[in-house]
Design a binder for this molecule. Structure first.
Ligand SMILES: C[S@@+](CC[C@H](N)C(=O)[O-])C[C@H]1O[C@@H](n2cnc3c(N)ncnc32)[C@H](O)[C@@H]1O
Length: 232
């Protein structure tokens, strides 16, 4: 089963407190793009999903914009830290064998499960208006990418928006192969084929930062924002 073999890698990282990917602020690019790209319902909501959400601050920010937000995360420790660090009360229920953490005072729900099983847990046909893919597509194994795209498509309907923060770097001499893994724009286009239209919103040259952070002499290290709209 996709994801299962590597989940212990991530669970160990949470236990060791080795969570360098975690940002102490709401993602500034997401803050800029979300209001422009989300299509709110007449009730003013935009049902948003954060796959592999960790304890991202973006979850709370989205709920403060009046939108229902759902996260999927395999680490119970990450989920409970999220609620505790924000002083948010929650209740735990069980759905198809997975714990579901529902916030009592904000529209935030986090499923504790393997993301690859998420559609079968929530039920086929459950879809989202917006998917914020930060530290998710780039975190999974390259061999799981096709399956990941299939799971994403199962969670989208025509008009659903997929916003990805991705890295694009050379893995030439193999000094760093991730995670985060390199995910070129063209690969996303290829994986989703005719099902979604993707455009490149922005590309930032972060070569110096990438070299320092990952201790590797990349010839180029870029951060890209890919915007997809589902057509199927
Ligand atoms: C690189 S972190 C990114 C977390 C978050 N998106 C952020 O930006 O802070 C990847 C997260 O995915 C979780 N994870 C990894 N594989 C998973 C899987 N198959 N199903 C659910 N969660 C998973 C890990 O526990 C970890 O919290």
């Amino acid at each position: 089963m996709s994801g299962e073999g590597v989940m212990s890698y991530w669970l160990d990282k949470w236990v060791a407190g080795d969570t360098k990917w975690h940002e102490s602020e709401v993602n500034p690019y997401f803050k800029e793009y979300f209001p422009k790209l989300c299509k709110k319902s007449s009730q003013g909501s935009c049902k948003t999903l954060l796959p592999l959400c960790g304890k991202s601050l973006d979850l709370k920010w989205i709920s403060e914009q009046g939108c229902e937000v759902f996260g999927v995360e395999c680490s119970k420790l990450a989920i409970e830290s999220f609620f505790q660090e924000h002083g948010l009360k929650f209740e735990i229920t069980n759905l198809a064998g997975s714990d579901v953490y529902k916030c009592l005072n904000q529209p935030i729900t986090i499923y504790c499960c393997n993301f690859f099983l998420f559609p079968s847990i929530v039920g086929q046909g459950v879809t989202f208006d917006f998917i914020w893919d930060r530290g998710s597509f780039v975190a999974i194994e390259k061999s799981d990418r096709k399956r990941y795209a299939e799971v994403m498509l199962a969670l989208m309907r025509p008009g659903s928006v997929h916003l990805i923060e991705a890295f694009d770097y050379d893995v030439g001499d193999g000094c760093f192969e991730g995670p985060p893994r390199s995910l070129p724009f063209k690969e996303v286009q290829k994986l989703f084929g005719d099902a979604c239209d993707y455009e490149l919103l922005d590309v930032l040259d972060k070569t110096e930062l990438g070299r320092q952070r990952f201790n590797c002499n990349f010839s180029s290290f870029k951060v890209g924002y890919y915007h997809g709209v589902c057509k199927k």
